[in-house]
Design a protein around this ligand. Structure first.
Ligand code: LLP
Length: 431
């Protein structure tokens, strides 16, 4: 099985976190996102444990809520002592509504609106990561009007090629995010903050990409960032106390994937960080990490009902479901691969090779091609695995399909955490 929380019952049904997915599909309907709370919590604890063991607890894990944002997720990560990375007014609003402490939120975005900045300032969001000079000026003014001194970090491009999918690579110079070190703009940005009376620069941030399978790009980013902090100390006599190294550890989507476990990645980062700090005699900073996918990705799966099977002789076999790119756009966007199985035949061999298609009016509405699958029939329940990250959060209402429900399973018992949208929800804002 792809993740340790998946088992097969004596009836041959796929179970997640002790809950039978076939019964879940019958009870809650499909498409259905199912999340395993225990696994999410174990992942939160796994991250915190490494910071405690390797770094004396001098850090904060901020769950990157773009991976999956809903009130219950913020409640869970908050109860595990984590903060959260928020990227929009909508994520800030959801986090605060869920009771997340504002000081544990880190706000991102390369095009934050004034309204979003005002929202962050008036709610005393702990750290705002500034992306560009116009934003710095606007934030300084907004903070001044509110009579506040705002803690900021600067988003820096360390120029690292993390060998990941082009669409999710954000660390190189050719990226819309942040200030590059090698062009001098990063140093200019640090100087520019010095002129902003209402902003306090607490540290630097970088994020080198997502679904990164190896430790070395992360370790290198840590070395580059401390090197740059040391240059800032030399040039401007400023010692920055914090370093935020973003997110990015990859997960297992297919049986061939062999990502380094996130614990190993964080250990390697902290070891590189301690070494470079010792070499440069730079005080070890308070560290922040922003993992998203590695906290929720493997903890979720999506259930569909098989509506039809279409065999095109000598071409391909389509298995058509009641969901698709509306609830999982990742194959359409990135050609991301998944494992699937027939949940009510999980004990049978995956003897066929199929293309899983969705219900949208679009040829590219696929969950994957050339996927091994048990012999599918109408009314079977199809499970697509490791969909906990960037599925619900990237879902759409294309073709006016209501967004699917999310149930959370804990110790075999399920509860709804996001209700299924209704047709009334769909026309809610239509005049
Ligand atoms: N911090 C920052 C500043 C980020 O931009 C991201 C992801 C993260 C943290 C969390 O990265 P993670 O640990 O989840 O890899 N939609 C794409 C992924 C986009 C990621 C964007 N930024 C996908 O479905 O693969």
């Amino acid at each position: 099985m792809l993740t340790p929380n998946l088992t097969v019952s004596s009836e041959g049904h796929l179970c997640i976190g002790g809950a039978d997915t076939v019964s879940l599909a019958r009870t809650y309907g499909t498409p259905l996102y199912v999340m395993d709370e225990n696994m999410i919590r174990e992942n939160c604890r796994g991250y915190a444990r490494v910071i405690a063991e390797e770094y004396g607890g001098r850090g904060l894990i901020c769950y990157a809520s773009k991976a999956l944002s809903c009130k219950e997720l913020y409640r869970i990560v908050d109860s595990e002592g984590l903060g959260a990375d928020v990227i929009s007014g909508g994520e800030i609003y959801t986090a605060l509504q869920a009771g997340m402490p504002a000081e544990k939120l880190v706000m991102h975005g390369n095009s934050k609106s004034n309204a979003e900045l005002q929202m962050a300032v008036s709610n005393d969001i702990g750290r705002i990561v500034c992306d560009n000079l116009p934003e710095l000026r606007r934030l300084d003014q907004i903070a001044g009007e509110a009579g506040k001194i705002v803690n900021i970090m600067l988003r820096i491009k360390p120029g690292i090629d993390a060998h990941t999918h082009d669409f999710v690579k954000t660390g190189q110079i050719d990226s819309k995010f942040g200030f590059a070190i090698e062009t001098g703009e990063a140093m200019q940005a640090v100087q520019a903050v010095g002129l902003c009376k209402n902003l306090r620069l607490v540290g630097l941030h970088c994020h080198i990409g997502s679904q990164i399978l190896d430790t070395e790009p992360f370790a290198e980013a840590a070395r580059v960032m401390i090197g740059f902090m040391n240059q800032i100390r030399d040039a401007l006599l400023i010692t920055l106390p914090e370093l935020n190294l973003g997110g990015g550890p990859g997960i297992r989507y297919t049986e061939e994937d062999d990502p380094k476990p996130f614990g190993e990645i964080v250990r390697a980062i902290l070891s590189a960080l301690k070494n470079v700090c010792a070499e440069l005699d730079y005080p070890e900073p308070f560290v922040l990490f922003e993992p998203g996918r590695s906290i929720v990705g493997g903890a979720g799966l999506t259930l569909y009902t098989v509506m039809a099977k279409k065999v095109i002789p000598a071409v391909r076999t389509y298995v058509l479901t009641d969901g698709g790119m509306c609830d999982n756009p990742r194959y359409a966007l990135y050609r991301s691969r998944y494992e699937a199985l027939i949940a009510n035949k999980a004990d049978q061999p995956r003897s066929e090779n199929v293309t899983i298609g969705g219900k949208c009016c679009e040829s590219g509405d696929l969950i994957g091609e050339d996927m091994p699958l048990q012999a599918a029939e109408e009314d079977d329940i199809l499970a697509v695995l490791a969909t906990g990250a960037y599925n619900y959060s990237m879902a759409s209402n294309y073709n006016r399909n209501p967004r699917a429900e999310i149930v959370m399973v804990k110790d075999g018992v399920a509860r709804t955490v996001v209700k299924r949208e209704t047709y009334a929800d769909i026309i809610r804002n239509d005049i």
